[in-house]
Design a protein around this ligand. Sequence first.
Ligand code: GLU
Length: 458
Amino acid sequence: MSEVRVRFAPSPTGFFHIGSARTALFNWLYAKHTGGQFILRVEDTDKERNTEEALQVLIEGMQWLGLDWDEGPGKGGQFGPYFQSQRSAVYEEYLNLLKSKNRVYEKEGALWFRLEGERYIEYDDFKKAEVEKVKNTPVVIDDAIRGRVERTEERDFVIVRSNGEPVFHFVNVVDDISMNITHVIRGEDHLSNTSKHVELFKAFGVKPPIFAHIPLILKESGPGKMSKRDKGALIEEYQKRGFVSDAVCNYICLLGWNPKDDQEKMSIQTIIERFDFDGINKGNARFDEQKLAALNSEYLKELSIETLTQLALPELEEAGCVTDQTDREYLHSVLRLVQPKIKSLDTLADYVGYFFQERYEEDAKALARIQKNGDAKNLLLEIMEVFEAQEAYTSEQLEETLTQIASKHQRKLFAYFPIIRFAISGRSGGPDLLPLLAVMGRDRVLSRLRAFLENTSI
Ligand code: GLU
C-alpha cells in the first residue's frame, strides 16, 4: 500500500453533476493507480441543502459508476467521522491551535484568520471603504496539472462566521490535515481558493498536499461550463435512461484526460493502469453527447444477455412491451437478435415493440411502398401454403423454403422479404428477416401472416 491518500469532498445538493462525478472518478483512479486510499468526505455544512436525500443521490451515483471508497460513510475508517457536520470537536481543536499561535482575532462577531506581514491601509474603490492589507509574498502552488501558479493573499479572511459556523476554507484545510490527505484533486474553480488554503497550511505548520486542479467541462456548444440544467449533466439521468455505467465511466475519464494515443474505448482496468496527472489536459474539456452515445452503443453490444435484459427491462415494461407474463426465453432471444443493432436503450421499446404486441401500427411509408409494388399480396399468397405446411422455422430452413418458392415462381428470393416483414411487423426495417422469423417462431409468424391477409387492403 502506498502513502497516497486522496479524497472526494462533495457538498450534497441533490444532484450528481458530471463535473463532480469526474472529480470523484479522477481521485478514485489516482488512488487505484498508486495503490493508495480513496476517502469520501461529505462537506455538509450547509444544513438547508445537505439533506439525507441529497446524500443518497450522490452515494447511489458513485455506486452506479463503481466508485467504491476505502473510508467514509458506511465504511468507517480511523480518520472519521467523515461528515463535516459531525466534526465540530476537530474544528474546535484546530481553532484553538491557531489561536495559540496568535493567528485568530474577533471582529464583528466573526473569527478572522490573521495573515503574517506588514500592514497598510488602502482605499477600496469598489467597497468605498478603507481596508487593511498585508504586504505578503506570493503563495506558489506547484499544481500537478496547471504547473506553477502564483497568487498573493493580502487580506485576512473569516474562518468562523458570527453564527458560529466554520467557513469552507478552514474546515476543508483542517480535514485535509487531520485526514492525512496527500493529494488534493479537484475542480479548477477551486484554484482561486488555494492560496488561502496554503496560508492556513503554513499557519498550522503543515506541508500542503500536492494540488491537482482539473480543467472545467464546457457545455456542448457555446461558452460557459456545463450546468445542472444542461442536457446530459446529471449522472442520475444516465442511470434512469439505461446507459451502461461502464460506458459512462469510460466517457467521463475522457473529459480532460487521454492516454496520449487517442484511444477511447478502454476497460476501467486499462484506465487505472494508464491514468496519471501527465495525461490530464490543461485546456477545458467539452461535453460531447454523440461521443458518449457512440461509446454507450459499443458497450451495449458487448453486454451479456442477462445484463442487457436487466438494463432493458424497465424501459420495456414502462412502454408496456413486456409484463410479468412475458416468456423470458422469448425476451432473451429477441434481445440477442437486436443487440448488434441497438444504439441506445431509449429507443429500444420502439425498435422491438412488435415482437411482443400482436397489434402493431403499420408504418405509413412502408405501407405506401408495399402498395406501390402491386404484387405484394400475391407474393404472400405464394408462400402461405408452404409456410403452413412447414414445421421447422430455423433461419436456414426458411431460406431453403423461400429459395424453392422463388425459383418455382421465377422470382428473386429477396422479392418476398419486404412483404413478409411488413405483414409481421408493420415496418420496412429491423433486424435481419430470416433470424427474426426464427426468433418469432412458427406460431407467431403464421398467425400474423393469416391475420394480415384477412385484414389487409393492399
Ligand atoms: N466541497 C467542495 C466542493 O464540493 C470541495 C472542494 C475540495 O475538493 O477541496 O467543491
